[in-house]
Design a protein around this ligand. Sequence first.
Ligand code: PNS
Length: 161
Amino acid sequence: MSKAIYPGSFDPVTFGHQDIIERSSAVFDELIVGVLNNSTKNSLFSVDERVSMLKELTKNFKNVTVDSFDGLLVDYMKESGATIIVRGLRAVTDFEYELQIAQTNHVEYPKAETIFFTTNLKFSYLSSSVVREFAAYGGDISKFVPKQFVDRVYEKFNIKK
Ligand code: PNS
């Protein structure tokens, strides 16, 4: 049984995340989408809101669960039994940071293997921070974020569309 975790901030979830969830859930027996509960980071959505959006998004995927975690990813992996870390690589600029985290996690927990998915070309420019920036100024985010969440993002900036 392969049990993978796709960790991230998902603030908010984008089509890029959705694509990685769909593709990785087809590769591994079980996939946990793990939302980092990072109290030091000023997030747009609370952890509960992010977990609830991801649950809505993945409700038809039988082998996908959504959870949140505090602290180190490797500690959560030991608790949950996941041994594979899924990450998406958009461009070469992601690589250095991702390589460092993957290697550190492997040293800390040798059972942890990171597997990278190359993001779909359609979404390779996309990031949650760009979505937040666009939304803050009333830009059109409907090409970035699943339809059911678009208004929820605008609401955070008190923008009515
Ligand atoms: O979506 P993000 O913000 O790029 O995700 C980053 C994330 C959550 C994968 C990473 O920050 C993480 O795993 N944080 C948990 C704390 C941890 O284990 N840090 C050690 C990594 S060297």
